[in-house]
Design a protein around this ligand. Structure first.
Ligand SMILES: Nc1ncnc2c1ncn2[C@@H]1O[C@H](COP(=O)(O)OP(=O)(O)OP(=O)(O)O)[C@@H](O)[C@H]1O
Ligand SMILES: Cc1ncc(CO)c(N)n1
Ligand SMILES: [Mg+2]
Length: 546
């Protein structure tokens, strides 16, 4: 956790006194029922098989409608495999229409809850949500100093999306002066970022960048300004800043009104991933993908009659086709050495699809596609399931050529389609946003369509004459260059590529040409692993030259 620096008066024009009145001075909770606990000896001697569990403590408000707040946090952590304990700072009467009432928990009792959990339960990461008063923020800071944790995620909840105030202006100075300097990441939405910076106007991505930079100066190690509520944007864009680099995180904007609790969920997912050991950027990427997928799978849910409904955090339980194990963020660098299987070739050399894939991965393939045109469906599916297992355990994505049904049944990472297969947008509809979709393209127009359809990459070829695919016109380097320059998506070159010519393809130095896809040069050979290994070293050498 960031060390606590002395509060800077210069940075806190809205500073309030420590005794600032509670924003929500409602009657107290029930009296204490037990004395404050102290750390007790472990239950039993810890066994050799003791399994520490990633643990997030959320310090936040309860949402009676259960779409946001503590309830969202617990569901999000559960979905990502982290334990979530909860210190409740306020109870809200809330539904899909808005917030009807807020009952703040007295700060001493928030302190008592904090001590109960932090003194006993080996918390890895603390995530904060609604902190309704400056006093509660202070109590939290005191406890964090007493019981340090690995990371602190601060979601500076101020206004619900329905427009209701959850934490008023009197807490702003304490947030800025005391909590932010301790935070590993702060995740304001645009309205909150604006309030934190004295009501500056935030309309554009460039405004979001400036806001991230200004908030960074208040002391957190990272800032994520969320653009879920940005007007007129077709993508859901968030801006991440680590003090050096700005990263724009683009996601599909899901057309749904079920977005209540997206912010709480995002911050909890970041916390869960950090508790599991992820780096900050990776945690943020996984969290964003999770929110996007959850919204996608919940877009047609009807819960409540108001304008903003909750979504289903546990969508993966209801939809075995979209298991979390395959929530894969597409990395264009995975296209570097793309191995495409061919049933005929495997039969010829007497090996199973599974053994061919194993060998390609052993040799350094970075992504695998099963292109089995003549294998019976049942046999294909069995082989695909075995390959999914092999690929997952090696962290290599597995795609299926053309057969969306097989990809769904084996829970592959995605599908590659050609121009006469199912259109990419229909594949996207069926697979959802978390899967990888590639499209074979020969022209700039096809590349443009693939981008509009929501594909992740294009395969461009045949670059050289090939026998693998009948009637496949050769594009040559010029055709490849034309398509690459026109494509907004990363490209993998395909068609007749082998150890003899792969270097010259990469030496074209086209910025979005990320790798080569190979069939016969790997699989129509005696030793697949050896061929893959030498192709890999040729590609690496070519890239270091160009
Ligand atoms: N319709 C949407 N489709 C995809 N992603 C979305 C959508 N709405 C929000 N997001 C994403 O959800 C995350 C949370 O951002 P958002 O701006 O909604 O936070 P918030 O306003 O704090 O949320 P809330 O107050 O509703 O809990 C961000 O990563 C944002 O890009
Ligand atoms: C309790 C609570 N926390 C956070 C939010 C922000 O979504 C909300 N609406 N309610
Ligand atoms: Mg929102």
């Amino acid at each position: 956790m960031a060390s606590v620096s002395a509060p800077s008066a210069a940075l806190s024009p809205h500073r309030t006194s420590a005794s600032a009145a509670l924003l929500f001075p409602y009657p107290c909770f029930s009296p204490r029922v037990s004395p404050a606990p102290t750390a007790r000896p472990r239950r039993l001697a810890v066994s050799a098989r003791a399994m520490p569990w990633p643990h997030v403590l959320t310090v936040a408000g309860s949402d009676s409608g259960a779409g946001a707040g503590i309830q969202a946090d617990i569901k999000a952590c559960a979905a990502l495999g982290a334990y979530c304990s909860s210190v409740i700072t306020a109870v809200t009467a809330q539904n899909t229409v808005g917030v009807q009432g807020v009952h703040a928990v007295p700060e001493e009792f928030v302190g008592e809850q904090l001590k109960s959990v932090l003194a006993d339960m080996s918390v890895d990461v603390v995530k904060t949500g609604m902190l309704p008063s400056a006093g509660i923020v202070k109590v939290l800071c005191e406890n964090l100093r007493k019981f340090p944790v690995k990371a602190l995620v601060v979601d500076p909840v101020m206004v619900s999306t329905s427009g209701d105030t959850l934490s008023g202006p009197s807490t702003l100075a304490t947030y800025r002066d005391e909590l932010f300097p301790m935070a590993d990441i702060v995740t304001p939405n645009v309205k909150e970022a604006s309030k934190l910076l004295g009501d500056v106007s935030l309309q554009t991505i460039s405004d979001m960048r400036s806001a991230a930079e200004s908030i960074y100066k208040l002391g957190p190690k990272h800032v994520l300004v969320k653009g879920g509520d940005m007007p007129d944007s077709t993508d859901a864009i968030d801006v991440f800043f680590d003090g050096e680099e700005f990263i724009e995180l683009h996601g599909l904007r899901i057309k749904t009104s079920n977005t209540h609790g997206t912010g709480c969920t995002l911050a909890s997912c970041i916390a869960a991933e950090l508790a599991k050991g992820a780096t900050m950027l990776h945690a943020v990427e996984v969290a964003k993908k999770f929110v996007e997928s959850a919204l996608y799978h919940s877009k047609d849910l009807v819960i409540g009659n108001g304008p903003q409904g909750p979504f289903d955090h546990l969508f993966s339980l209801n939809s075995p086709l979209h298991k979390m194990g395959s929530l894969h963020k597409f990395n264009p660098d995975d296209l570097f050495l793309y191995a495409v299987t061919d049933s005929g070739m495997n039969k010829k050399w007497g090996r199973s699809i599974k053994d061919a894939v194993k060998a390609a991965i052993e040799g350094g393939a970075t992504i695998v596609q099963l292109r089995e045109k003549d294998t019976e469906t049942r046999e294909f599916l069995e082989a695909a399931k075995a390959c999914v297992e092999i690929c997952r355990s090696s962290g290599v994505p597995l795609l299926i050529n053309d057969r969306v049904d097989v990809a769904l049944a084996c829970n592959a990472d995605g599908v590659h389609v050609g121009q006469s297969d199912m259109p990419a947008w229909e594949v996207r509809e069926l697979l959802g946003p978390g899967k990888i979709i590639g499209v074979s393209c020969k022209t700039p127009a096809q590349a443009g369509q693939a981008w509009k359809d929501g594909a992740d990459y294009i395969g461009c070829g045949g670059v050289f004459p090939t026998t693998t695919k009948a009637n496949n016109p050769t594009l040559g380097f010029e055709g490849l260059r034309t398509v690459c320059l026109a494509s907004k998506l990363p490209v993998v070159a395909i068609g007749g590529i082998n150890t003899g010519n792969a270097g010259s393809v990469m030496e074209l130095g086209l910025p979005n040409l990320k790798g080569v896809a190979v069939v016969s040069a790997l699989f129509d050979r005696e030793c697949v692993a050896t061929e893959t290994r030498s192709l890999r070293s040729i590609l690496m050498n070519a890239c270091s030259r160009s």
